[in-house]
Design a protein around this ligand. Structure first.
Ligand SMILES: CC/C=C\C/C=C\C/C=C\C/C=C\C/C=C\C/C=C\CCC(=O)SCCNC(=O)CCNC(=O)[C@H](O)C(C)(C)COP(=O)(O)OP(=O)(O)OC[C@H]1O[C@@H](n2cnc3c(N)ncnc32)[C@H](O)[C@@H]1OP(=O)(O)O
Ligand SMILES: CCCCCCCCCCCCCCCC(=O)OC[C@@H](O)COP(=O)(O)O
Length: 378
């Protein structure tokens, strides 16, 4: 093992990275709370400030992926579409097979300058994840309970709020609604069979309600759907824990730009359109499995320095007082103070482990583990 790899795998490095992340995150969350009085007075300014504050948190994770683990993210797309990325509002559709798929998504957002404004339809449970979930509240993320009877109104309302959003944004939808597992796949294919739909090998059957309501409510604001298919080279199974340990992964993302105007307005047709899209996505994944690459030319955006600069800023601000405190404690600290400090470190470490646990598929929800049935209200 090289020296650098050994250093990256050391607990003390993880502790320092997580310390910067936790403390800066709390500071940012606090600053976000301070913007609350601004919302009724100057909503657009409050939104712009919150985008930049949010960037301070999410870009630290991007920096971890790009600069710490050195993960390579390659984009397969056509040059015509490439010119528009980051310059228009878009709905992004992504497969949901990997623990760090959201992080690769964030990396591309950063490279196209839309990380601060990036949005997602997220399960409600994530709203309670410290720092990230709290930050999302101020970034107007759309939360859903994955219970359509309750979501249909709240989701539509949150989407309508984005109609006057002042900056370009990407709205991410994992239409499969949950991460891929063999069991969930098997069950969703039984559902596909009862609906007379072709079987998918690499995807769960997409849930169409969220997509249709998104298209309906963002029509006029969003100009395109970016159909994105992600995979990792050499059958890598990336984890956030691996990224923190400095492990390098190789992500390949295939993106097709589809004008929103070409998506049917009628709900049933829109749902059928999404099913067809997933059948195509499945073929792209099959091709990737066979050949090791997606169709289309490679047009990767360059890595930008801002995520690293942001991390260096927070690190220089927060690590110096941390070291002073540690030295003072070591030389002059009383036993109770030392014990209390160690307890705080252990607490912070447990908190970060819990947050990382949220990304782990093995600890995922049971959503999609059985066929859900719904009373026909629509
Ligand atoms: C150039 C570069 C391009 C791209 C770069 C890539 C990305 C960057 C972009 C942005 C980044 C932004 C942020 C990223 C950061 C972090 C994100 C992290 C995580 C958040 C993600 C999540 O939390 S995913 C989970 C939440 N989201 C969703 O669930 C969305 C999808 N779901 C839906 O749309 C659902 O419809 C719903 C949630 C709106 C409602 O769900 P509900 O279950 O109540 O109803 P459904 O209608 O869906 O279900 C009933 C119907 O489904 C059939 N059924 C039953 N059982 C199953 C089964 N097991 N599988 C499939 N289908 C099933 C049932 O028969 C019903 O059918 P009907 O015909 O009656 O409708
Ligand atoms: C630089 C700092 C490093 C510190 C690491 C702390 C990181 C905490 C990150 C928490 C971010 C949580 C985002 C999780 C996204 C996710 O993957 O959600 C899963 C859902 O889609 C579907 O859930 P499920 O139904 O369970 O499959």
């Amino acid at each position: 093992m090289g020296l650098l790899r050994w250093i990256k795998s050391q607990f003390i490095c993880h502790l320092l990275i997580c310390y910067v992340f936790l403390v800066s995150g709390l500071v940012v969350n606090l600053l976000q709370i301070c913007t609350l009085p601004l919302w009724p007075v100057h909503k657009q300014l409050a939104r712009k400030i919150n985008c930049r504050l949010g960037y301070c948190i999410s870009s630290q994770m991007v920096a971890l992926l790009e600069w710490w683990s050195g993960t390579e993210c390659t984009l397969y797309t056509d040059p015509e579409s490439y010119r528009l990325y980051g310059k228009e509002n878009a709905i992004v559709i992504l497969n949901h097979n990997f623990e760090i798929d959201f992080l690769c998504g964030w990396t591309f957002c950063d490279r196209f300058g839309v990380l601060g404004t990036s949005k997602v339809m997220a399960k409600k449970e994530l709203a309670f994840v410290p720092l990230i979930g709290w930050m999302w509240y101020f970034q107007e993320i759309v939360f859903c309970k994955r219970k359509w009877e309750e979501d249909r109104r709240t989701v539509a309302r949150s989407l309508q709020n984005l109609q006057d959003y002042p900056e370009d944004f990407w709205f991410l939808l994992f239409c499969e609604g949950t991460r891929f597992t063999e069991k969930k796949h098997q069950i969703s294919m039984q559902v596909a069979e009862t609906k007379g739909l072709p079987k998918l090998r690499h995807h769960l059957l997409p849930r169409t309600k969220g997509f249709c309501v998104t298209v309906q409510n963002l029509r006029g604001k969003v100009t395109a759907v970016y159909d994105s298919t992600l995979n990792f080279r050499n059958n890598e199974t990336p984890t956030l824990r691996g990224v923190l340990n400095g492990k390098k992964y190789h992500a390949d993302l295939y993106v097709r730009r589809i004008p929103l105007d070409s998506i049917p307005e009628d709900e049933a047709e829109c749902a059928a359109w999404l099913h067809r899209l997933y059948q195509e996505k499945d073929k792209f994944q099959e091709q990737y499995m066979q050949t090791g690459h997606f169709p289309g030319p490679v047009k990767s955006p360059p890595c930008r320095p801002w995520a690293l600069i942001n991390w260096l800023f927070w690190a220089s601000l927060l690590l110096y007082p941390f070291f002073i405190l540690a030295v003072q404690l070591f030389y002059a600290g009383s036993t109770p103070t030392i014990v209390a400090t160690i307890a705080v470190c252990i607490g912070a470490s447990v908190a970060v482990r819990w947050m990382i646990g949220q990304t782990e598929i093995d600890r995922g929800s049971s959503y999609g583990n059985r066929k859900s049935t719904r009373k026909k209200t629509d």
